[in-house]
Design a protein around this ligand. Structure first.
Ligand SMILES: Nc1ncnc2c1ncn2[C@@H]1O[C@H](COP(=O)(O)OP(=O)(O)OP(=O)(O)O)[C@@H](O)[C@H]1O
Ligand SMILES: [Mg+2]
Length: 254
């Protein structure tokens, strides 16, 4: 008998961040941000340029320090975890504009991503990435620098898959991709979600992000301006208002 997926609200919470304050030196960017991701859901994190989306992902994955707030992942306190510890726990951050190593082959780039995995698991993890992106399997012996920009971006996402995430945080994976490749990458994210992996997607292509997401956050000027339990029922006007940051906390649900 088929087992239906649990209702989003009944899913167990995987990531809970509360009151995150972070920035760069004297520049304060995040001013007390809350975000949650439940097991097996896709969440879109939207917002205008400079809102602090990438900063939030970096604060969650331990790349930058937080001056206040807490992060719990899979029941453990990871507020002060290093990026390596976060990855080991399954919290994987695919950075905005990340570059692959051009002189290395596609396969060696994936091996590099598997570096911290138990040696006996590396080959299987790389195979999972090739299954998600057959385009990479076909090009495994090519130097990464010989790939198109779009294919390199795919390889960056494939490296995220090799890290075997429980939560995959993708920061603008569509940047520089043709519309066809954007759909490919988002289809891979959807397939991972179907296998129970949670997705936190930062994306400028609002329509595309809403097409994937179960829930939506809009960050504006370092604060959550909108939290919606449904991507499908979200009015474009509400998103626009939140982008402008004019109605802070409009539509936030308890
Ligand atoms: N490494 C850094 N050092 C200093 N300031 C930074 C750094 N990275 C980002 N900032 C600043 O922090 C603020 C938030 O930037 P962030 O990159 O988090 O925004 P974003 O929402 O991801 O924007 P975008 O949509 O353009 O990627 C901006 O004012 C930006 O200039
Ligand atoms: Mg960014």
């Amino acid at each position: 008998m088929p087992i239906s997926a649990p209702e989003p609200a009944k899913r167990e919470t995987l990531l809970v961040a509360r009151g995150i304050v972070a920035g760069y030196g004297k520049l304060s960017v995040l001013e007390g941000v809350d975000i949650e991701v439940r097991a097996g859901e896709a969440v879109a994190l939207l917002g205008p340029n400079g809102a602090g989306k990438s900063t939030l992902l970096s604060a969650l994955s331990g790349i930058i320090a937080k001056s206040a707030g807490s992060v719990h992942f899979a029941g453990a306190d990871v507020t002060r975890a290093t990026p390596q510890q976060a990855v080991r726990a399954g919290l994987v951050h695919v950075l905005e504009g990340h570059h692959v190593f051009g002189p290395l082959s596609v396969h060696d780039n994936l091996l590099l991503a598997a570096f911290n995995a138990p040696p006996g698991e590396r080959a299987a993890r790389i195979e999972e990435a090739y299954e998600a992106f057959p385009e990479m399997a076909e090009r495994r012996h090519l130097r990464a620098s010989a790939l198109s920009g779009g294919q390199q971006q795919m390889l960056v996402v494939a490296q995220g898959i090799v890290r075997r995430p429980r939560l995959l945080m993708l920061d603008e994976p569509s940047a520089g991709l043709s519309p066809v490749l954007v759909d490919r990458v988002l289809a891979v994210a959807a397939a991972m979600r179907a296998r129970g992996v949670s997705i936190l997607l930062v994306e400028q292509l609002v329509e595309k992000a809403l097409g994937l997401a179960d829930r939506v956050y809009v960050l504006a000027r370092g604060r959550m301006a909108l939290v919606s339990e449904s991507a499908a029922g979200l009015a474009p006007a509400a998103i626009e208002r939140a982008y402008l940051g004019g109605e802070a906390l409009a539509g936030v649900q308890p």
